[in-house]
Design a protein around this ligand. Structure first.
Ligand code: CTP
Ligand code: MG
Length: 219
């Protein structure tokens, strides 16, 4: 399932981020092509921006992939929860349209790792952190400096056992608004999550700078 329902405020392109042009195609088209090319994917569900359902169908047609389109929610986790209702498979891969550089091989890898690790509820793509990270208080006083070698910058795709992901969403219905990561909900429910090392090239497009970097990587 692809979360594409965000408004893209920080990108500031004047419309939903998933529809913004990236190297000649709408940003969403890149993820759709990757999912269409991943052998492990049987069906694709897209959470669309309110009123953007027809545009999503149009982009999918042009990319040559079949999709079910659902209306997204007010915040990301609500969009994922909406789309989860339409998922019929035992395993689901959650992906953000904001990561258009995802490779079909990465999608297949997280699914394969989950299938191979029956004790895991989720497998998440992530890259080793290269910056030193500090945790600070609201007044920005540094509280601690976690050891960098153990830190990972989490990405999507994230593969899950569908039923257990649904249960995690149901158990944390009250904090969905603040959740930026689906795996975190699984972790809070006591489910085990495995990291699958991915390239930092699978970057997330948040700001105009990210869009420029992605343009350069794709051209
Ligand atoms: N998303 C979603 N539904 C929402 C909010 C976000 O499906 N209500 C999706 C976005 O489309 C994106 C992903 O979640 O693919 C990651 O969110 P983010 O990068 O924050 O995108 P936006 O919310 O669109 O951007 P911003 O926060 O700058 O408005
Ligand atoms: Mg957002």
């Amino acid at each position: 399932m692809i979360a594409a329902a965000g408004s893209g405020e920080r990108l500031g392109a004047g419309g939903p981020k998933a529809f913004v042009d990236l190297a000649g195609r709408p940003m969403l088209a890149w993820s759709l092509a990757a999912f269409g090319g991943a052998g492990s994917i049987g069906a694709i569900v897209v959470a669309a921006p309110p009123g953007g359902e027809a545009r999503v169908s149009q982009i999918a047609d042009k990319a040559g992939v079949d999709v079910s389109v659902l209306r997204g929610g007010e915040y990301r986790s609500q969009s994922v929860a909406n789309a989860l209702e339409a998922v019929e498979a035992d395993l689901v891969v959650v992906h953000d349209a904001a990561r258009p550089l995802v490779a079909p091989t990465l999608i297949d890898e997280v699914v394969t790792r989950l299938t191979a690790n029956s004790d895991m509820v989720g497998v998440v793509a992530a890259a080793p952190v290269t910056d030193t990270i500090k945790e600070a208080s609201v007044s920005r006083r540094v509280l601690r400096t976690p050891e960098r070698s153990r830190l990972w910058a989490v990405q999507t795709p994230q593969a899950f056992r569908t039923e257990q992901l649904r249960e995690a969403f149901a158990a944390h219905a009250d904090d969905l608004a603040s959740a930026t990561d689906d795996a975190a909900l699984v972790e809070r429910s006591g489910g085990d999550v495995l990291i699958h090392q991915a390239s930092p090239q699978n970057l997330k497009i948040t700001t105009p700078l990210d869009l420029r970097v992605a343009e350069m990587l794709l051209s």
